[in-house]
Design a protein around this ligand. Structure first.
Ligand code: ADP
Ligand code: MG
Length: 340
């Protein structure tokens, strides 16, 4: 049974940046306003996320790493309407099957009792001292949650071998943190690595930064000055969608497309959207056709199918062609405006 869990977990969590994405979404779900990421050896040795969110109740710690038993899902109908990011209740469970996972957490109500430190192995809570019950261990700490993932894939050699060099994995980590920092401008994010040459933070955003501030911080000044805002609210229409974002104009020169796509606040990919945007830019700006587009799309949650791929990166949604049509129309009039 545990082998099956381990293999299944390896299909959901492919690399440190994957795990990180799930952990960031949990922190955001818990209303955090400060999220710090620390990585060692590209997150393969250590991946630590410290947030100042709601924390986890002591009673919930035991269920934390059991698949499909998360506190966010009260009953099956909730699955259809749940608004939050992850809703399959398998991220922490998966991570606990392929790493050494420690959770340190404190809710705001737990003022007298201290925070709890809990270790998990194969989805089960345990304490390192064998003769004690698997009771959460008290320790000092701040409000919020710290998730510590150590030795990712120590028990699935083929996954470990498939990973790139630490530097490359760290670049992916920075990419994920940067994109979530942009989408969640106003939440303070930081990301740093520790190791032989410990340096300062590679990403550090502040509590009151605007979206454009954060885009500039992550992608540089040259992008920032080329961007225009767009939005379209069709929540009352049969399509029931709303989208907004920033798109580059003809002043922007780049060798590759940059698309930051968030659907219902989750960083995803959608090949059809990517292709349609690339075609639009190619026909509008034949000389500098590569776009930078940040697009936040909100659709009825029950219309999004995230189960196309286990990592939930590529998604499909209902009325996809019609919705893409609306996005392209909005971008088109923006580009016309920029061009004149
Ligand atoms: P899901 O997010 O799909 O519910 P996860 O495995 O990602 O499943 O998380 C399990 C549960 O653990 C969450 O539903 C939430 O209640 C709790 N949790 C996880 N991370 C945090 C966090 N950083 N702060 C507060 N609660 C958390
Ligand atoms: Mg989650």
């Amino acid at each position: 049974e545990s082998v099956i869990n381990r293999i299944a977990a390896g299909e959901i969590i492919h690399r440190p940046a994957n795990a990180l994405k799930e952990l960031l979404e949990n922190s955001l779900d818990a209303n955090s306003t400060n999220i710090q990421v620390v990585a060692k050896e590209g997150g393969m040795k250590l991946l630590q996320i410290i947030d100042n969110g709601d924390g986890i109740h002591k009673e919930d710690l035991e269920l934390l790493c059991e698949r499909f038993t998360t506190s966010k899902i009260k009953n099956y109908e909730d699955l259809e309407t749940i608004q939050t990011y992850g809703f399959r209740g398998e991220a922490l469970a998966s991570i606990s099957h392929v790493s050494h996972l420690t959770v340190v957490t404190k809710t705001r109500e737990n003022v007298c009792c201290n925070s709890c430190r809990v270790k998990y192995l194969n989805g089960k809570m345990y304490t390192p001292d064998a003769d004690k019950n698997a009771e959460p261990k008290s320790c000092a700490g701040n409000d919020g949650t710290q998730i510590i993932v150590e030795d990712l894939f120590y028990n699935i050699p083929y996954r470990k071998q498939a990973l790139k060099k630490a530097n490359e994995e760290y670049t992916r980590i920075l990419d994920v943190v940067g994109k979530y920092a942009i989408h969640n401008a106003g939440v303070a994010f930081s990301c740093r690595k520790i190791g032989a040459k410990t340096t300062g933070s590679d990403i550090q955003t502040s509590l009151n930064a605007s979206k454009l501030d954060v885009i500039q911080q992550i992608y540089g000044r040259s992008v920032h000055t080329c961007l225009e805002y767009f939005e379209n609210d069709m929540r009352e229409s049969p399509l029931a969608v709303q989208f907004e974002g920033y798109a580059s104009g003809d002043k922007f020169t780049s060798k590759k497309t940059t698309l930051l796509l968030f659907i219902n606040n989750r960083l995803v990919d959608n090949t059809a959207i990517r292709t349609a945007i690339e075609q639009l830019y190619f026909s509008t700006f034949p000389k500098s056709p590569k776009p930078f587009v940040y697009l936040s799309l909100n659709i009825r949650p029950q219309y999004v199918d995230v189960n196309v791929h286990p990592t939930k990166k590529e998604v499909y949604f209902l009325n996809q062609d019609l919705i893409i049509n609306e996005i392209i129309k909005t971008l088109q009039s923006l580009l016309v405006k920029i061009n004149t």
